[in-house]
Design a protein around this ligand. Structure first.
Ligand SMILES: Cc1cc2nc3c(=O)[nH]c(=O)nc-3n(C[C@H](O)[C@H](O)[C@H](O)COP(=O)(O)OP(=O)(O)OC[C@H]3O[C@@H](n4cnc5c(N)ncnc54)[C@H](O)[C@@H]3O)c2cc1C
Length: 462
């Protein structure tokens, strides 16, 4: 075994020991939390004085096995670091979420998604095995064969069954460039039909498609972003400076072509946090010119957003202007592809938010069909993830628009991610997110309820 891998393994083992020590130091009555320098969680949480778990030794890639196309990765390693380590070998994880600071453990427990999800499913499907610190304070290995109930229930459990400290994941080879075609649509029905066609055949106009997502700017202006890997050398665009990726998608008619390095393609949405950097003025040409390049990234905007939330700056400005405060509507939901256009029509008529991000997904064909009880999407069914991240004027009750969306998603036979605000009743939540199956696994791996319950975390914001 190469010396670097031996070193990384012993550093990892020491990291696990520090995590365990910090776990044992948490009083039995105090809540257990991770101490992490980054987070992509949106819901506000009850403050606690208890010290978080020490994850400082769990942020690295432990080993990349180029031949087996797998990587052993510490649970709190960011995709930024993970991709940097694997891309050196021409390999990447099967699904790379768009934001650099999302961690592998976070994406597996919180369901990441990206433009490979139409062919590679979701990040947890490419986990071969993981070591999990359970609520009982033990580190157990979970896989399809070992502690399979924990392995199955872990996706969408948001750290309430345990924390992944090491994950072995599959990797896939990539070429150095991505050739992009941004295809314009004037009808959402046509856009969804084209997306469905690509999912069914894996190609567009007879050419294989490797990456697929889309952006809706309005009912009569939307785009599919179709990417193909290529080794052909040639000029590439750069959206990390003055140019802005999502603006490059919009054009007058037909389709436009573009090229990015694979690295820049994977992080194309991070520089401007999709389009959300606009809220901070970062897209204004004058401000952009003086905005330091190192702060043009989602993690920095995330910090600004948290400050805004803490001091209610937006609401104060609205008040000064004589307008009502605003409700945060930051959500990703999934609807079956057949209902997607209908859902978008409803959304655009009802919720004043655009652009909207679209990302098709289907569970992997080679999946074993045993399912993921906490996020039960059907195999062989194509879904579209619909992402909308903004604010709307407050309604007559707390979370009025979020509640309306939750109801609509249910009517459309869809699902909602839990990284942001949720308002479900306990009974609705149980029906949607695993109920009895969750409780059985929770009881087995966290018998003394050291970790929060999923409903308490996701809905009650504890
Ligand atoms: C604004 C926003 C945009 C997003 N955009 C995308 C996107 O573009 N693509 C995408 O795929 N996803 C996206 N997400 C969802 C994101 O992938 C999930 O929220 C994910 O859980 C975040 O991972 P993190 O590493 O940042 O974890 P954190 O935000 O630190 O934690 C999230 C939750 O996961 C738990 N957790 C963290 N690490 C572990 C671990 N190792 N083991 C067990 N539990 C753990 C934490 O306890 C917490 O409950 C977005 C979320 C937000 C808020």
């Amino acid at each position: 075994m190469p010396a670097a891998v031996v070193d990384a393994q012993s550093a990892h083992a020491a990291g696990v020991q520090r995590l365990l020590q910090s776990y044992r130091a948490v009083p039995a009555t105090a809540p257990v939390r991770l101490a992490k320098s980054t987070s992509n969680l949106f819901r506000t949480r009850t403050k606690t004085r208890a010290k978080g778990l020490d994850t400082s030794g769990l942020t690295r890639v432990i080993a990349v096995d180029v031949e087996a196309r797998t990587a052993d990765v510490a649970g709190m390693c960011t995709y930024d670091d993970l991709v940097a380590a694997t891309l050196r070998h021409g390999l990447v994880p099967l699904v790379v979420p768009q934001l650099k600071t999302i961690t592998l453990g976070g994406a597996v427990t919180g369901l990441g998604i990206e433009s490979t999800s139409f062919r590679n499913g979701l990040p947890h499907e490419s986990v071969l095995e993981m070591d999990i610190l359970t609520g009982a304070g033990e580190v157990l290995t979970a896989s399809r064969r070992e502690n399979a109930d924990l392995y199955r229930a872990f996706p969408n459990s948001y750290g309430t069954l345990g924390y992944a400290v090491r994950l072995r994941i599959e990797l896939e080879p990539v070429k150095p460039f991505v050739a992009l075609t941004q295809v314009q649509f004037h009808s959402l029905v046509d856009l969804v039909a084209a997306m469905d066609g690509i999912m069914a055949t894996g190609s567009l106009d007879g050419v294989a498609v490797d990456y697929l997502d889309g952006v809706v700017f309005g009912a009569d202006e939307s785009y599919l972003c179709v990417g193909r890997q290529t080794s052909a050398p040639g000029p590439v665009s750069d959206y990390t400076g003055q140019q802005i990726y999502y603006r490059s998608i919009q054009h007058v008619r037909g389709g436009t072509d573009d090229r990015l390095t694979i690295h820049d393609y994977l992080w194309r949405w991070d520089t401007d946090w999709f389009w959300c950097s606009e809220a901070f003025g970062a897209q204004h040409p004058l401000i952009r010119r003086i905005w330091p390049g190192r702060y043009r990234r989602s993690s920095f905007y995330g910090k600004l957003m948290k400050l805004e939330q803490r001091f209610h700056i937006g609401d104060r400005i609205e008040k000064l202007n004589g307008r009502p405060p605003r409700e945060r509507v930051v959500q990703d939901i999934e609807v079956p592809i057949e209902r997607c256009a209908e859902f978008l029509d409803w959304f655009l008529d009802t919720v004043p938010i655009e652009p909207i991000w679209l990302c098709p997904l289907r569970l992997r064909k080679d999946g074993d069909g045993d399912g993921w009880p906490l996020y039960p999407i059907r195999p062989q069914q194509s879904y579209v993830n619909v992402g909308f991240w903004s604010t709307v004027p407050v309604g007559s009750s707390e979370g009025a628009t979020n509640r309306l969306i939750e109801r609509k998603v249910g009517e459309f036979d869809g699902h909602k991610s839990l990284y942001s605000d949720s308002y479900y009743s306990r009974q609705e939540f149980d029906e949607l997110y695993g109920g009895e199956s969750y409780r059985a696994v929770k009881k087995r791996y966290d018998p003394d309820s050291r970790l929060l319950d999923l409903y308490a975390k996701a809905v009650q914001r504890r």
